[in-house]
Design a protein around this ligand. Structure first.
Ligand SMILES: CC(=O)SCCNC(=O)CCNC(=O)[C@H](O)C(C)(C)COP(=O)(O)OP(=O)(O)OC[C@H]1O[C@@H](n2cnc3c(N)ncnc32)[C@H](O)[C@@H]1OP(=O)(O)O
Ligand SMILES: N[C@@H](CCO)C(=O)O
Length: 358
């Protein structure tokens, strides 16, 4: 992974009214940036990182839809940055608070999707990117992409939003609160140490998996071994394993902060209404829903598409529910390819000189 760092050394105001005395963003780029480049900005989801070629390997890489190879016709320059508040190289709760010389831990300020996007935009300026050909993200990544398209309507030409919403639903907030209650119930949570609340976070991740997947996912992947079984069910082992797996790469402080980021997402805040906010978007937009998504059900993506002026809506099937955006590469790439081709044809038709009937 070609991880690079952007250090912003000035005071960075947050939506909450608090400030960060500067921040760091870890990011990766693929391809070369020049006048011919097509800039593709990929926004990661809740526990993702800047290494998009790893977690979205079916979409990004040689021969994939987002190919940055010198021989590929698109000449993509792909950027993915770890968001503020996260723990993959960017400033977050485990970073040192310059005011105390100690990690922030519980004192990391509340951040929002808009704060994340403001930081991403400073990185964009640092890279000298004036226009983004495609800004794409799933889940919390899709929320960043939508906010960016609202905040800077002339920046993004093509916006692709997968399994995301305009506003956090009460259902989503309830899932997140239950997870935070699990973290709070961990007696180590008030400790000032990197591993505080880790047992609570494992339980939180197990809860979250139920919202990321669904009844059919578990039925298919964790079926009962036999009719005699009364204990040691596969599904139980899976839940515990997913908690352990996250604990190896994440911490409870970051999990807490990012779950609050999810809750506060509302494009309508201070903008009159949600439709008003979405009405500002000028990017040609593709919104993709996943039929089996329990957490961000397709009605939420249909709402986005209805209120964004130049938007198309598509749906995919997936056994994996919400997490389908991380897994269903083939249908996703197919939908995007088809939509991009139709938009290119439309553009070409619009820019062709009017045909003469003389
Ligand atoms: C930095 C980042 O990771 S970005 C954040 C998000 N990234 C991702 O979610 C990656 C996307 N990929 C995936 O979700 C998966 O790899 C899939 C969906 C492609 C495969 O589906 P699944 O096999 O159901 O994957 P899932 O991740 O749910 O579980 C697989 C793991 O659970 C384990 N597992 C499965 N069933 C059980 C069980 N009954 N008991 C214990 N462990 C189990 C598997 O051995 C496997 O372990 P491994 O990850 O160490 O190899
Ligand atoms: N599996 C995803 C779900 C949230 O979109 C993640 O952990 O980021």
């Amino acid at each position: 992974m070609n991880l690079q760092y952007f250090d912003y050394k000035y005071s960075f105001p947050l939506e909450s009214g608090e400030n960060l005395a500067g921040f760091r963003l870890a990011y990766t780029t693929y391809g070369t940036l020049n006048e011919q480049s097509r800039v593709v900005w990929i926004c990661h989801a809740l526990t993702g990182n800047a290494d998009v070629g790893d977690w979205w390997g079916g979409m990004v890489g040689p021969g994939k839809y987002f190919d940055s190879g010198a021989d590929s016709p698109e000449q993509n320059f792909i950027v993915c940055a770890n968001v503020i508040g996260s723990c993959y190289g960017s400033t977050g709760p485990l970073s040192v608070n310059p005011a105390t010389g100690e990690p922030f831990y519980h004192d990391f300020p509340a951040v929002t999707i808009r704060d994340m996007v403001a930081a991403l935009d400073l990185l964009r300026q640092e890279l000298g990117i004036e226009s983004i050909h495609t800004c794409i993200g799933g889940s919390v990544g899709g929320e960043q992409a939508v906010e960016w398209a609202i905040l800077q309507p002339d920046l993004i030409q093509h916006l692709i939003v997968i399994a995301a919403s305009a506003v956090a639903s009460p259902w989503c907030i309830a899932f997140n609160e239950a997870q935070r209650m699990a973290i709070e119930a961990d007696p180590t949570w008030r400790n000032k140490s990197d591993d505080a609340g880790v047992a609570g976070m494992k339980a939180a991740r197990a809860m979250a998996m139920i919202s990321y997947r669904n009844y059919d996912t578990y039925g298919f992947t964790q079926a009962l071994d036999n009719n005699e079984q009364t204990n040691d069910f596969k599904a139980a082992g899976y839940q515990r394993y997913q908690g352990e797996k996250l604990a190896e790469r994440f911490n409870a402080f970051t999990y807490w902060v990012l779950s609050k980021v999810m809750d506060s997402h509302n494009v309508g805040r201070n903008r009159g209404s949600i439709p008003n906010a979405l009405g500002r978007i000028k990017a040609r937009t593709l919104v993709v829903g996943i039929r089996s998504d329990l957490l961000f059900p397709p009605t939420e993506q249909q709402f986005l598409a209805r209120h964004i002026s130049d938007a198309a809506y598509e749906e995919i099937d997936s056994l994996y529910g919400h997490d389908g955006f991380l897994i269903e590469f083939r249908p996703l790439a197919g939908i995007i390819r088809k939509w991009m081709a139709s938009r290119a044809t439309e553009q070409a038709t619009k820019t062709e000189p009017a045909s003469s009937n003389r």
